[in-house]
Write a protein that binds this ligand. Structure first.
Ligand SMILES: NC(=O)c1ccc[n+]([C@@H]2O[C@H](COP(=O)([O-])OP(=O)(O)OC[C@H]3O[C@@H](n4cnc5c(N)ncnc54)[C@H](OP(=O)(O)O)[C@@H]3O)[C@@H](O)[C@H]2O)c1
Length: 337
């Protein structure tokens, strides 16, 4: 089969190369999936730069966790899927419900090959049916970014109508969070470095927006927009430089969902202000298969369409990574297979 792989010790995009791999086969309990589309996450840049896991990739690996396709063969004993079913793999192996298993093993990180290939094999327990209203391109955006936003806001945050949600930037996780927060009837405040992207966010239902370049102390604007009360939920995808501002922006009994490392992980935030606000910081790492399935039910019931910035051809996968690197996107970047 045609595939891409990240070579061992990769420290940049030159470590991503085309390759031929043997066609995988479905063994007992497994499904063989003909992949039709894959999507990129910020993590995939960290992976190719060799800074996602300690010591980088120890062996060549097919990258990307997020893909969708159709089942073309099932191994003995498979009961959850049939040939022809439209599916996506889950981000983690063997996390079906409840707390995450240890160790947490993710798709597309050495030694587990990912989905930037024509075929992939999954345990039948590590896959979900994708919403019937979605194309393969759209379905490929769900496993990491969408499940993470869903887990943060709908599972941990239990967002209620009328709550105020603050979202940082307009990447994959934040745009899904905008869609889920609006579905729940929340008021959304959103930041971006781009006025054009902020206009798109308002068109999607964001009530108020802040350009974090023009207003570097954006937490003051968040407090102004909430009459000094602060917000109920923050999807914290930044890290250094944003976490401290999020702590200032959170309101009484609010939740900061710690997700991202866009701006690095150097500790520069003092958490003590959380004490008198009875607010919390809650770590989020993607989510379980059950969360994915519940999210898909909500996507189907509401005919929700993931926001795709651009679709690249399989041959142009490196250009897709470069597009992600430039942060010019709004929502998700897809590679059609
Ligand atoms: N813990 C988890 O389970 C989990 C799951 C998924 C992702 N993540 C992490 O979450 C983060 C977001 O992932 P993603 O895939 O959504 O990334 P992405 O699509 O690459 O997001 C890129 C966008 O982030 C925004 N951004 C960059 N610096 C910012 C800052 N200082 N303040 C506010 N926004 C900023 C920019 O938005 P504008 O262009 O609008 O300025 C940029 O376009 C990454 O760090 C990723 O590793 C974690």
């Amino acid at each position: 089969m045609r595939a891409y792989e990240i070579i061992a010790g990769s420290v940049g995009l030159e470590g991503l190369r085309r390759c031929e791999r043997p066609d995988p086969e479905a063994r007992a309990g497994q499904i063989l999936v003909r992949l039709r589309a894959a999507s990129l996450n910020f993590r995939d840049l960290l992976m190719v730069r060799g800074i996602y896991s300690a010591g980088g990739q120890k062996q060549a690996v097919v990258p990307l966790s997020d893909g969708a396709g159709e089942v073309v063969a099932t191994g003995p004993g498979v009961t959850r899927f049939r040939v022809g079913d439209r599916v996506a793999g889950t981000f983690f192996r063997n996390w079906i419900a409840g707390p995450p298993p240890q160790p947490q093993i993710a798709l597309g990180a050495s030694p587990i090959d990912g989905v930037l290939a024509e075929y992939a094999v999954f345990s039948e327990h590590d896959a979900v049916s994708v919403p019937a209203n979605l194309s393969f391109d759209a379905a490929s955006t769900l496993p990491c970014a969408a499940v993470t936003a869903w887990h943060a806001l709908m599972v941990i945050g239990n967002v209620q109508p009328g709550d105020t949600v603050l979202l940082l930037g307009t990447g994959g996780v934040s745009v899904f969070a905008l869609q889920f927060a609006r579905l729940a009837g929340a008021r959304v405040l959103m930041t971006s470095s781009s006025d054009d992207k902020l206009a798109r966010a308002r068109a999607m239902g964001a009530a108020a927006t802040i350009n974090y370049r023009a207003t570097p102390e954006w937490q003051q604007e968040v407090l102004r927009l909430t009459d000094g009360r602060g917000v109920d939920h923050i999807v914290e995808v930044g890290g250094s430089g944003t976490l401290g501002r999020s702590i200032q922006s959170i309101g009484s009994c609010g939740g900061i969902y710690l997700i991202g490392v866009l701006t690095g992980v150097a500790a520069d935030a003092n958490p003590y202000a959380l004490m008198s606000k009875y607010a919390s910081i809650h770590g989020v790492f993607v989510g379980s298969r059950i969360m994915f399935e519940k999210m898909n039910a909500a996507i189907s019931a509401n005919a929700l369409e993931p926001v795709i910035d651009r679709v690249f051809a399989f041959d142009d996968a490196v250009a897709a990574y470069r597009h992600l690197e430039h942060s010019a996107h709004f929502g998700k970047i897809v590679i059609r297979i």
